[in-house]
Design a protein. Structure first.
Length: 85
């Protein structure tokens, strides 16, 4: 689903019939960014931090693109071990 209308940010996106309200998120937020992501820009990924209620936020960034974020050697060696700490 491509959300060009910013449904998530404007509290109009639903999951399981319920509106998703980012201000209700109080859990730790970890944003994971691929520097050259061609599907989700780093700016878009990081912007969500401005909309969640929790002040406890962290980010991890790796070189590469969207697929590399999941399956690259660097992701398996560095990103995912760090993400699950």
């Amino acid at each position: 689903m491509i959300d060009k209308n910013n449904l998530l940010i404007s509290n109009k996106m639903k999951a399981d019939g319920n509106i998703i309200d980012l201000k209700m998120i109080t859990a730790l937020l970890l944003t994971i960014v691929a520097e050259n992501d061609d599907l989700v820009s780093p700016e878009s990924t990081l912007a969500i931090r401005d909309y969640v209620a929790n002040k406890d936020k962290a980010s991890l960034t790796i070189p590469g693109g969207h697929i590399g974020l999941c399956i690259s050697t660097k992701a398996h060696e560095k990103l995912w071990p760090e993400a699950v700490k």
